[in-house]
Write a protein that binds this ligand. Structure first.
Ligand code: COA
Length: 382
């Protein structure tokens, strides 16, 4: 037997494995608790802003007034996209989805970042500001370009959420729209070792650069088992409407066909995802304000049914779909908006990883042919 042969085999999908120590986010999946730096997500959703929450994630403490003002203005000053990045955005095929565009463009941002070759803590904090501002801008600018519209220059007097809506639409958002998006950004900002954050930490731990880590994270977020679920929820609601189907019957059919219903289930939460509580409320309120609760009503009927039949709870993606739809946001921007918030958590985790780094390199349980297998010369192979 080998001296260093590992013995422990993790469950499929690393379920239940603690793979890193972190002081950023704490979740109690049984009790439905989520906290950033120890502060409950409900307190943050009710009282905080994306900027303040990002400061908290990056610095470990809530900012005082001056620190918050400085943070807001540095983030606003970082609203710059190199002309060559905009040229690149113009050159993408119309078939490119915003999430693909985001993944590819974030990778290219490193070419134009003054700190590209510096992997120090301070340089990564500076790059985190840039990435946070730029991800939102890329999403808005690409959406304008693909629709043949003029690019809207950033407004540095606006919050992160309000500036995004401004750059997306070219008109100042209502207070309700800006605050709704702001709360959604707070809710999505971090979630411990979710798949994309784990991917980011693995990449950072090789001492690669933060742009590589965030590009990898965006790639992971794109998948329908992760952030991509919010877009699938809306596609399902639209399909139900188009067919004039009863939402419960439609979902019953999906479950009978052994299909997963996007927006339900979670690896960690065994009860209500606390983020869903806020998104459900916002989806309902926005629907009432707009005099059109059809997406909310449909979602609620599906939620009650899936909960009763499968004991599965709605996750963060379920009501974000109807919330964004009621805000008039295109479906394929939902996951990019998730990224535009989660960059706060990704950056916090990359920086935390590098502050006390060790290469992340687990082992695989080998289940292939027994060793030593013979090397059969090619002329003797069947
Ligand atoms: C989130 C998710 C990937 C977690 O995956 P996981 O921890 O590996 O759980 P599993 O996929 O093994 O699911 C466990 C069981 O619940 C079922 N299940 C989980 N989520 C389901 C869903 N959304 N719809 C229907 N059944 C579901 C599985 O089919 C499985 O049933 P089985 O034991 O009879 O085979 C999973 O719940 C899922 O695919 N949800 C839909 C996509 C989604 O909303 N993702 C966003 C997460 S925030």
């Amino acid at each position: 037997m080998y001296k260093h042969m590992p013995t422990a085999v993790a469950g499929k999908g690393l379920e239940g494995v603690i793979a890193a120590s972190s002081g950023i986010c704490w979740i109690d999946g049984e009790a439905g608790v989520l906290s950033y730096r120890g502060i409950d997500i409900h307190d943050l959703a009710e009282n905080s802003t994306f900027e303040e929450t990002t400061y908290l994630l990056w610095n470990g403490l809530l900012p005082n007034r001056l620190q918050l003002r400085e943070f807001q203005s540095q983030l606003a000053r970082s609203r710059e996209l190199d002309r060559r990045i905009v040229d690149m955005l113009r050159s993408f095929p119309v078939s490119a989805t915003p999430m693909e565009v985001l993944r590819t463009t974030v990778s290219a941002l490193s070419f134009y970042d003054a700190d590209e070759k510096d992997n120090s803590h301070d340089a990564n904090v500076r790059k985190a500001y840039n990435l946070t501002a730029q991800i939102a801008m890329i999403v808005a600018v690409y959406d304008r370009l693909r629709k043949g519209k003029e690019i809207v220059p950033p407004d540095r007097s606006l919050s992160h959420a309000a500036n995004f809506l401004w750059m997306l639409r070219g008109e100042k958002p209502s207070q309700t729209a800006a605050r709704t998006l702001d709360i959604a950004l707070v809710l999505h900002a971090d979630h411990e070792l979710n798949a994309s954050t784990f991917a980011a930490r693995v990449i950072a731990a090789t001492l690669s650069d933060i742009h590589s880590a965030i590009t990898g994270a965006i790639g992971a977020l794109k998948g329908p088992l992760h952030g991509g679920a919010n877009e699938n929820v809306m596609r399902m609601l639209l399909a139900i409407e188009k067919q004039g189907a009863d939402p419960v019957e439609y979902v019953k059919g999906m479950l009978a066909a052994k299909q997963k219903v996007s927006g339900f289930g979670h690896r960690v939460y065994k009860t209500e995802d606390p983020r869903a509580t806020h998104l459900r409320r916002m989806s309902e309120q926005l629907g009432k304000d707009a005099g059109n609760t059809r997406w909310f009503d449909m979602s609620r009927a599906i939620e009650l049914y899936v909960n009763r039949e499968k004991r599965l709870n709605a996750n963060v993606d379920f009501y974000s779909a109807s919330t964004y739809a009621t805000l008039g946001i295109d479906i394929d921007l939902y996951t990019p908006i998730f990224a535009m918030s989660r960059i706060a958590g990704w950056a916090a985790h990359v920086i935390e990883q590098l502050d006390d780094n060790r290469l992340i390199r687990p082992r695989a349980e080998y289940v292939g042919p027994a060793y030593p297998a013979p090397y059969v010369p090619i002329e003797q192979r069947p």
